[in-house]
Design a protein around this ligand. Structure first.
Ligand code: GRF
Length: 198
């Protein structure tokens, strides 16, 4: 991650609350002035993703690529790479992007691709993390920011946030508690990467 223009491209599929938290911290902490970094684009695989409308309102370039319009994963990922690379990103941030990426995609962005996963990895990779944590009787749950490798939800851990699992928690109440921490942790983790890159 070098050079003065550190473009960040964020991929979302839904609400985009982590994306919004990153955009807002970037503004508050003057990432542009300090690191030459800015969120250059927000891209979604769903045109109706509420986060996409929010980003557009903020004056950020947005794009939607409907994965169902492509013959297979390789074709979709190739189109996604083309769209992302228009911005020459220093960092590609997955923030609730609900698609499994091909090894080719991951290789292409090696060293500049990060994700947030709503569990304390390496526990509970995959889906329904909060439900599984409750069912297993976990006393603590949380979220992890990690580098992305071709193995799902693996890769170097960059940050973790822990919350208690409370009696009577449902997957939704636990998700809400974890998400609050995600909004603090993810922007900070991105900022640390920008800082480390100088
Ligand atoms: C977050 O819980 C994130 O950890 C998971 O999907 C959720 C996305 O929420 N990967 P949002 O779109 O950032 O609001």
């Amino acid at each position: 991650m070098s050079g003065v223009n550190k473009n960040i491209v964020i991929l979302i599929s839904g609400g985009g609350s982590n994306m919004a938290a990153i955009v807002e911290r970037g503004r508050a902490q003057r990432w542009q002035a300090r690191f030459g970094a800015r969120v250059a684009a927000v891209i979604s695989n769903k045109a109706a993703a509420p986060g996409l409308a929010w980003a557009k309102d903020q004056g950020i370039t947005t794009a939607a690529l409907d994965h169902t319009a492509y013959a297979d994963r390789e074709a979709f990922d190739a189109a996604l790479v083309a769209e992302i690379d228009r911005h020459q990103p220093a960092l590609v941030v997955l923030a609730g992007f609900m698609r499994i990426l091909t090894p080719g995609f991951v290789r292409h962005y090696e060293g500049r691709l990060v994700n947030i996963h709503p569990s304390l990895l390496p526990a509970f990779t995959g889906l329904k993390t909060h439900q599984r944590a409750i069912e297993m009787g976990c006393r603590f749950a949380g979220a992890t920011v990690h580098r992305v490798t071709s193995e799902l939800d693996h890769g170097e851990i960059l940050a973790q946030a822990v919350v208690p699992v409370l009696p009577g928690d449902t997957p939704d109440t636990l998700a809400e508690r974890v998400l609050t921490q995600e909004h603090l942790m993810y922007p900070l983790a991105v900022e640390r990467l920008l800082q480390a890159a100088g």
